[in-house]
Design a protein around this ligand. Structure first.
Ligand code: NIG
Ligand code: FE
Length: 409
């Protein structure tokens, strides 16, 4: 099938994985087309040239100005949960502190309580609904964490629900075990004992059931220490798990562990200092910034500009969760952050596509070129600059997942 003509195609090809990008480096194909076969891209280029080269293709004719981009990859979400935390949010905007909110029964534990009593079907339905909303906003691949279960049955229930959800949404869902979100309040042992229990009792079962091959840990004064996290990540790696880390959100220290243990990504980074920025820039660990958490908590953004200037691979993800990032609009968050941090359009689109792919070890998406999955989104405009200019209010009007048009879900 030949799809086009598009006024502009941003294939996101030929740009480096790391470091600053200028819009002059952003390849733009004018009056372009895409040939799709078996869910994959066969060719991308000038529409008329493709028509001649592939005369027998079925045509999907685009009859209005549109700008085509790769589908976005959201490499950090917590969209499997039940309940909501609007009470936390009301307290936060009224000026209450983290501790005051926790003492009133808020925080991560509140979502754990609500998620533990939800059944697997409800959790899967909740996840599908959020994944489909994301997909209709151009996000074709979505990482989804557990971490609101925090006991054996509830963590397994969450990861089974995420698997079930993946069968009922066209979006790709990538599951991650976040049993190390916090030490559960009803666990009487130490943090090390809890993590040892996850390693010995939970991870082998997740592996045996093929529920996930990824782990995450929240390194923070209120969660797990860098030392305990290091042992945990090493033990998980020995079982074949890839890792990502909630790092430097309120205090620095997590990204150093992420880099030292070879984690795929270090996420948050609002509190990263020059030392952490250097470590990340010199590593292959993707620096994932989460503007949705900064907006939800009313705190500073991660130093994305500095990270790029020093040479890091920067991805932007939504962190969509019931507590700190309830909005879940990835494009809006990236656009708003780009104005504050001074990120070029090339840097923002890279952060949402081919620079997010390695955080999930995905080599088959994030760029529009031959051999890649035909995961694509088109915006109703003739100028790609409109997309960030409208700060998330210009939504894609057409989405393709594996080459299939996604209709309203
Ligand atoms: O990424 N930082 C820790 N975890 C989540 C928040 C989860 C919650 O508050 O429920 C985050 O922001
Ligand atoms: Fe998170």
């Amino acid at each position: 099938m030949l799809i086009g003509p598009f006024t502009q195609i941003l294939p996101m090809t030929g740009m480096p994985l790391k470091g600053a990008l200028q819009d002059e480096q952003l390849p733009v194909i004018h009056n372009g087309g895409v040939v799709v076969e078996d869910g994959k891209i066969l060719a991308v280029g000038d529409y008329k040239a493709l028509q001649q080269e592939y005369p027998d293709q079925q045509l999907q004719f685009i009859d209005q100005p549109m700008v085509l981009l790769p589908g976005f990859i959201d490499c950090h979400t917590h969209i499997c949960f039940d309940g909501n935390r609007s009470r936390d949010y009301a307290m936060r905007i009224a000026g209450k502190s983290y501790l005051e909110i926790a003492r009133a029964g808020g925080g991560i534990w509140d979502s754990v309580t609500k998620t533990r009593v939800a059944d697997a079907v409800t959790l899967a339905e909740n996840t599908v609904a959020r994944a489909n909303r994301h997909l209709m906003e151009g996000v074709t691949t979505i990482e989804v964490k557990s971490g609101y279960g925090l006991d054996f049955d509830s963590e397994v229930k969450m990861l089974r629900a995420i698997h079930q959800a993946s069968l009922h949404t066209p979006a790709t869902l990538i599951p991650t075990c976040l049993a190390a979100h916090m030490k559960p309040k009803d666990y009487s042992g130490t943090e090390t004992e809890y993590l040892d229990w996850v390693v010995s009792a939970l991870l082998p079962v997740l592996k045996a059931e093929s529920l996930t091959n990824r782990v995450d840990i929240f390194i923070e004064e209120t969660a797990f220490s860098p030392a305990a996290a290091t042992s945990y990540l090493q033990a998980a790696a020995a079982q074949g798990f890839a890792a990502t880390v909630h790092a430097d959100q309120f205090t620095a220290g997590g990204s150093e562990v992420a880099v030292a243990t070879g984690a795929l990504s270090a996420d948050h980074l609002e509190a990263s200092t020059d030392k952490e920025i250097q470590l990340l820039a010199q590593s292959n660990t993707v620096a994932v910034v989460l503007p949705g958490a900064s907006l939800g908590l009313g705190m500073q953004y991660a130093p994305a500009r500095k990270l790029l200037n020093e040479g890091a691979c920067v991805a932007i993800a939504s962190d969509w969760n019931p507590g700190s990032a309830p909005m879940g609009d990835l494009l809006l968050q990236a656009a708003v952050m780009s104005a504050a941090e001074k990120l070029s359009a090339a840097e923002v689109f890279a952060a949402l596509t081919f620079r997010a792919a390695p955080a999930l070890q995905l080599a088959d998406r994030g760029r529009l070129e031959a051999g890649m999955l035909a995961d694509m989104q088109a915006y109703p405009t003739n100028d790609y600059r409109d997309i960030l200019y409208f700060q998330g209010k210009l939504k894609p009007c057409s989405i393709w997942k594996n080459g299939e048009t996604v209709t309203a879900l």
